[in-house]
Design a protein around this ligand. Structure first.
Ligand SMILES: Cc1ncc(COP(=O)(O)OP(=O)(O)O)c(N)n1
Ligand SMILES: Cc1nc(C(=O)O)sc1CCOP(=O)(O)O
Ligand SMILES: [Mg+2]
Length: 535
């Protein structure tokens, strides 16, 4: 955290405000002069407070981030639709931008409704004058009720000025189509092409196309493209009328996570999870008589968001680089479990399992709670090896069990339908049984011999292939895997072989993060080369 400078000149209104706000931070954090991560939203006001500036404020508050506001338009709006729009003159938008950007240490700017060319240009000029860490552009053009909030004349300025500066653009299907001259977007494959075109032709560093309106899909599928890889981000479609403001909220939450220091993909994952949980929590709220109501951004205050009935769903792609911890290795290198988990995730681990065989229960639970915080803040699932009790006590995302641990169907009845359950399988019969019993994935090995697990039977690449071909579940390979042999494993090119699980190749090394980074690259490159990124 950056420390605020003392010694303001108390000569004007602005400086007095700055002193006041510095003190507010000091009071709220309980320590002296620390500043909160700061998002500035440049958007329209929604009198119904479901979307726009009001949604942005609530989303940032829910994510623990300070939010300042530059108002571009005042709308008269409710759950029925938009009854009126009063656009703020561009001069005055520029003046608001100057006030905030010149004084308040903004980390990330998030844009919403930018109704005129002049306002987009004013923002462009101010951002050139006062660069920020990141720019999140939500190209708001049409309200959820179908009312136009920014006309076609703005599109060119968006394309030419704002999008080339953006770290991420988050159009929905209609907005992506408008940006691309009205093309039809009806399938996930169309969304991928659109994400690529927007990225390559308009310059934002990342693109998230929100597929909420995609016809005939039971899941909400978004496509994230970082210029190299596509990610299909799925979440269950919550049946609710209370979805007004989800786009603004998602973009604000991404901005908030970036302001806290997150990388882009984890920020997007966390934001999606937050929106899904808030929608789920708010599905029975009744505000207004129209077709689309607001949802409750601050549900976290009423029910811990972690205890939501809808935690992050299992995504088989998360098996790509599966980090399995080992306390003996951590002791050898003098690292805490949490530090090693953080380093693995920072290097690119996509799922984490705490496999702590020599640790007391109370210490295990403590470490699990801390690791869960790290994992949640990066949108990475955390599983617990063997110990269903620990998983339940800390509300982990799931467990991994072996053939002689708690049976899968019993674990499922204890953990409920939403938690992730993985099971170790060395034979096709075990793989079939895991599927029958309701597991989500299988771990198969030892592919190679290992010193990490005593007396482990090695099944080799042939054994792995046999299990994969028989399995209806996604598979992660385990046992003796490291940089020297990971290509050979992934070159099997099997559709359901989703990644590798490693212990010593990460945690018995000096720099966990760089080992993780290297392995992540090797796995993804080999998968791409063997074309197992199946749509
Ligand atoms: C991903 C993954 N696959 C296999 C295992 C091994 O589990 P198990 O057979 O229960 O052995 P222990 O890990 O408990 O010694 C695993 N942990 N993770
Ligand atoms: C925990 C575990 N399970 C295995 C299995 O074959 O099911 S092999 C293994 C240990 C993997 O450690 P390393 O990556 O250091 O070889
Ligand atoms: Mg076990």
């Amino acid at each position: 955290m950056q420390v605020f400078m003392l010694g303001f000149q108390l000569s004007g209104v602005l400086n007095l405000k700055a002193v006041h706000e510095t003190n507010v931070y000091a009071v709220t954090t309980g320590c002296s002069k620390q500043r909160l991560p700061h998002v500035l939203t440049v958007a329209g006001s929604d009198s119904g407070a479901g979307a726009g500036i009001q949604a942005d404020l609530k989303a940032c508050a829910a994510r623990g981030v300070y939010c300042s506001t530059v108002v571009t338009a005042v709308t008269a709006q409710n759950t029925v639709g938009v009854q009126g729009v009063n656009i703020v003159p561009e001069r005055f938008v520029s003046e608001q931008l100057q006030s905030v950007l010149s004084d308040m240490n903004v980390d990330v700017v998030k844009t919403g409704m930018l109704p005129t060319v002049g306002i987009v240009k004013a923002l462009y000029d101010r951002l050139k004058q006062y660069p920020v860490q990141a720019l999140v552009v939500d190209p708001v053009m049409v309200s959820t009720s179908g009312d136009v909030l920014a006309g076609p004349s703005v599109l060119d300025t968006f394309r030419d000025q704002l999008l080339p500066m953006a770290d991420i653009a988050t159009p929905n299907l209609k907005e992506a189509s408008a940006l691309l001259g009205g093309i039809r977007l009806q399938t996930v494959s169309d969304m991928r092409s659109a994400a690529k075109s927007i990225h390559n032709n308009m310059g934002p560093r990342n693109v998230l196309i929100k597929g909420g309106d995609l016809p005939a899909s039971s899941d909400a599928v978004d496509i994230f493209f970082d210029g190299v890889e596509f990610y299909e981000l799925r979440s269950s479609r919550i049946q609710t009328r209370n979805s007004h403001g989800t786009g603004c909220t998602l973009a604000s939450c991404i901005a908030a996570e970036l302001a806290k220091g997150s990388q882009m993909l984890p920020a997007v994952r966390v934001a999606k999870h937050y929106v899904e949980t808030a929608l789920d929590y708010s599905k029975d709220i009744l505000i207004g008589n129209g077709l689309q109501g607001p949802f409750d951004h601050l549900c976290k205050l009423k029910r811990n968001i972690r205890n939501s009935s809808k935690p992050q769903r299992f995504d088989p792609d998360d098996l790509l680089l599966y980090a399995v911890t080992d306390s003996r290795m951590n002791n050898k290198w003098g690292r805490s479990i949490t530090d090693s988990v953080r380093a693995a995730i920072e290097g690119g681990a996509t799922i984490v399992q705490l496999r702590e065989k020599d640790i007391e229960t109370s210490n295990f639970l403590e470490a699990a709670k801390k690791s869960l915080e790290v994992c949640r803040s990066h949108g990475v699932p955390l599983l617990i090896n063997d110990r269903i009790d620990i998983a339940l006590a800390c509300d982990a995302d799931g467990v991994h069990v072996g053939q002689s641990d708690m049976p899968v169907h019993v674990a499922r009845s204890l953990l409920g339908p939403e938690k992730i359950i993985g099971v170790s399988c060395k034979t096709p019969e075990q793989a079939h049984q895991a599927w029958v019993n309701g597991a989500d994935y299988i771990g198969s090995g030892g592919v190679y011999s290992t010193n990490t697990k005593a007396n482990n039977i090695t099944i080799g690449l042939d054994g792995l292939k046999t299990v994969c071909l028989a399995s209806k579940l996604p598979v992660v390979a385990i046992g003796g895997i490291g940089p020297s042999n990971v290509r050979a494993v992934m070159e099997l090119g099997l559709e359901n072989l989703k990644g590798v699980a490693v212990v010593s190749a990460l945690f018995d090394r000096e720099c966990i993060a760089s080992e993780a980074q290297n392995l992540h690259t090797l796995v993804s490159e080999t998968m791409k080369a063997t074309s197992v990124f199946h749509d």
